[in-house]
Design a protein around this ligand. Structure first.
Ligand code: NAD
Ligand code: UD1
Length: 320
């Protein structure tokens, strides 16, 4: 049994991770300010976790938390996860996406905290619009947005704290993660959570661009497995792509989803978003050396997601 801290653990990836870690008998503490996360994501495990509603940018609070608990693993997932939001609000998002990360690393170093691994969640966004494909971890990067700049800098700090001071760290670059418990309520939410919501409500989906932009969509169940693999098995402090290794255009993912859901999505086209990436595909050779093997095809993952959301809306309907 390990003692685990998940920042951003009421959010999409964090709450899925928390469920799996609790099921495996670990002690899980979550810090989340609920800006995007939802308590509903943790309701099944609420008696088995310690949940603290708080801002990770409150350094004093984080210091006390780290000092009082001997965490083995820290999964640092708290962030403003939206690229578009960072373009609108570069300064506030920087405080969360970079400053809070550096402060936590520095506190761990200065107090010689005996953690087993600090895992930082970086992003495929760091690769930008460079032509080479698929994207490999040792390729040049091109962070085009405040989000990508902060992710890249935080990822480098994460690795540097190992290189300079011996803190056991690792960074992961998630590609486009989808699945249950992603909050669709912001216009900046992940595209598949918005599409799911629109399909359920029979509302119009706004597509920015012509739908030819591609992403490497990976199911959250595979991401939860990959995160633990990386935390527990990486032989060195380095960065890993976490993705499926398949490239799908937005138009194609919509067609597949329509088949799975047996519904037609009404689409309104608007111009491409500022800073949006055209093509994204990962090389997943490196994480496969740790034993990573994605279990969900895109179709299976969308089916599982759709069924989950349908059940959820039925049970909400019954309670209302
Ligand atoms: P999410 O928005 O669902 O989760 C982030 C969580 O952090 C939310 O619950 C939010 O309430 C919380 N949070 C935000 N600011 C906070 C603050 N100041 N203090 C405390 N909590 C705060 O997003 P997600 O998709 O679960 O992403 C998790 C991590 O993975 C993020 O760092 C994100 O940048 C990164 N990432 C996600 C994807 C993806 O496709 N979902 C891809 C690449 C990287
Ligand atoms: C996503 C993640 C980001 C991560 C990156 C890694 C979210 C919110 N964003 O960004 O954290 O670092 O993957 O690759 O989880 N779109 C529409 N209509 C909408 C919403 C989106 O057309 O209503 C389009 C976007 O313009 C974009 C594509 O869909 O072209 C994907 O958008 P989004 O889900 O926000 O993903 P990324 O920007 O790739």
């Amino acid at each position: 049994m390990s003692n685990v801290l998940i920042t951003g653990g009421a959010g999409f990836i964090g709450s899925n991770l928390a469920h799996d870690l609790v099921e495996k008998g670990n002690k899980v503490t979550i810090v989340d300010d609920l800006s995007m996360g939802r308590l509903e994501n943790l309701v099944d495990i609420q008696d088995k976790i310690i949940f603290i509603e708080h801002d990770v940018c409150d350094h004093e609070f984080m210091h006390e938390l780290l000092l009082k608990n001997n965490f083995d693993y820290i999964y640092y997932l708290a962030a403003v996860a939206s690229v578009a939001d960072s373009v609108e609000r570069p300064v506030p998002t920087h405080k969360i996406n970079q400053e809070s990360v550096l402060d936590t690393l520095e506190f761990i170093r200065a107090n010689e905290l005996k953690i087993k691994r600090f895992v930082f969640s970086s992003s495929a966004a760091v690769y930008g619009n460079l032509k080479a494909s698929p994207k490999k971890e040792d390729m040049p990067v091109q962070p085009l947005t405040p989000y990508a700049v902060d992710k890249y800098a935080s990822e480098r700090f994460t690795l540097d704290y190992n290189y300079l001071y011996g803190v056991p760290t690792v960074a992961v670059r998630f590609f486009n993660v989808y699945g249950p418990m992603q909050n669709p309520e912001s216009p900046y939410s992940g595209v598949l959570s918005i599409i799911t919501d629109k399909l359920q409500k029979n509302e119009t989906f706004t597509l920015y661009g012509d739908g030819s932009q591609t992403r490497d969509f990976v199911y959250v169940g595979d991401v939860v497995a990959a995160l633990q693999l990386v935390a527990e098995k990486t032989p060195i402090s380095t960065v890993y792509n976490i993705a499926d290794g398949g490239e799908t255009s937005l138009n194609d993912v919509i067609h597949t989803y329509e088949e799975v859901a047996h519904r037609k999505l009404d689409i309104n086209y608007l111009p491409k978003r500022n800073g949006d990436i055209d093509k994204s595909l990962a090389d997943v050779t490196k994480i496969k050396t740790l034993g990573f093997k994605p279990k969900w095809t895109l179709k299976d993952g969308l089916k599982e997601y759709w069924d989950y959301e349908e059940k959820r809306s039925e049970s909400h309907g019954q309670h209302e």
